[in-house]
Design a binder for this molecule. Structure first.
Ligand code: HEM
Length: 375
């Protein structure tokens, strides 16, 4: 892309960002109208709650600030690419998103949308899409299996008031995966108009009896989670569900020798698998876990078992209070892996930084969009 076009993009980004909300609204409305089949792919509960839908369009705008070196985005693109691959986003989907994004941009710029400006945006989107398509091509090649495949539920266990664990099996598929990764389920609840896809972390490093993942019942009323409630109420042992291959880049760096795992609530799911893997590999590790109270505490037995290999400290908000600086004081020299809600992670990252942990030693996975592109 030539210098002139790059300048046009840079000049229009501030005004487009200012109207980011309008762009997002137009973008999704137009796209779903023209391509209703995509309703099967995008999370409609998130559309209602309103957080994740902004991620896609906002990321395109934010990434534009790095137009002079799109390659700096590659690490962030990898995390998003894993999600795309897990959802089965394919190269042929990119022009659909591009076309509808351009319509939304044109709408927002109104008369200011000259052919030069629109031409520059079209070219820029094409370049950004290529970065994603290239990264995702490798992921499709490395994927343990293709698309969504049928798995039989062999076990369903209530782990806490609102968390259920599923063990699933398909004897014909390789269950290779890295601790910390997630699988993606595709279901079609009877009274729901579309198929729905959701990511759930694999919660045990042991795959000898199949893959284990845990699902928390989400939301209430209008924002009741379609899939989590369906999984809790409708899917039982011996049922089959469609699952796409493990994905995700929140995994332990094999070079890390001293590790602290920190998890809150259902954030324990990937962390349990990672901690079990560390135990098997004799890594010097510790686990700090925080849950609301005993009835909301999953993996009680598994955490007890981990005590044979590492310090495990469970703190219940009622009655013990939230994790505080003092809880971290013995672990300052460790690499930290954190998982929990956005709120939990913000709080933990602040405490860790305050306590003297190096920022580069803190690795995290929020349950929600990680809008890490360009901050
Ligand atoms: C999720 C960016 C293209 C489908 C996301 C997320 C980002 C993003 C930042 C959130 C990731 C997270 O949860 O951490 C982009 C960018 C694109 C692009 C910058 C173009 C350059 C596409 C295409 C499709 C697609 C072509 C398929 C039509 C999705 C879906 C999600 C997602 C279904 C999950 C969000 C939900 O279900 O609400 N994308 N994306 N994306 N993307 Fe993309």
């Amino acid at each position: 892309m030539n210098k002139n076009k790059k300048e046009i993009i840079k000049q229009t980004v501030p005004v487009l960002k200012e109207h980011g909300e309008t762009i997002t609204t137009y973008f999704y409305q137009n796209m779903f109208k023209a391509h209703p089949e995509l309703l099967n792919m995008f999370n409609q509960t998130n559309q209602k709650v309103g957080n994740q839908p902004k991620a896609l369009a906002n990321t395109v705008l934010k990434a534009a600030e790095h137009i002079d070196h799109l390659e700096v985005l590659t690490p962030a693109v990898i995390g998003i690419g894993h999600k795309h691959r897990a959802l089965n986003v394919k190269p042929e989907h990119y022009p659909i998103v591009g076309e509808n994004l351009l319509i939304a941009i044109k709408e927002v710029l109104g008369e200011a949308a000259t052919p030069e400006i629109m031409d520059a945006w079209e070219e820029y989107y094409g370049e950004l899409a290529s970065v994603f398509i290239d990264v995702e091509e490798d992921m499709y090649e490395e994927s343990a299996w293709e698309g969504f495949q049928e798995f039989k539920v062999t076990k369903k266990e209530q782990l806490s008031d609102d968390i259920v664990r599923f063990t699933v099996e398909n004897k014909n598929l390789p269950l290779d995966y890295r601790a910390g990764q997630y699988i993606t389920v595709k279901v079609k609840p009877e009274h729901y108009p579309n198929e729905a896809l959701r990511h759930y972390s694999i919660c045990s490093a042991d795959t000898s009896n199949g893959l284990q993942f845990a699902v928390k019942r989400e939301g209430a009323g209008d924002t009741r989670g379609v899939v989590s409630n369906y999984m809790h109420d409708e899917v039982g042992e011996m049922d089959t569900i469609q699952i796409s291959a493990p994905a995700g880049d929140f995994t332990v760096d094999q070079g890390h020798e001293k590790i602290l795992f920190v998890a809150g609530g259902v954030g324990a799911t990937p962390i349990m698998a990672m901690a079990e893997e560390a135990a098997v590999n004799n890594v010097d590790a510790a686990l700090l876990y925080s849950a609301l109270d005993e009835s909301h505490q999953p993996f009680k037995e598994e955490m007890e078992a981990l005590k044979n290999n590492m310090d495990v400290h469970v703190k219940l908000t009622h009655p013990d209070g939230f994790l505080v600086h003092d809880d971290f004081k013995d672990y300052l020299d460790r690499e930290v892996y954190i998982c929990g809600s956005m709120h939990f992670m913000d709080a933990m990252i602040n405490i860790l930084k305050d306590s003297g942990f190096e920022e580069s030693n803190i690795h995290y996975e929020p349950f929600g969009p990680k809008m890490s592109l360009a901050g």
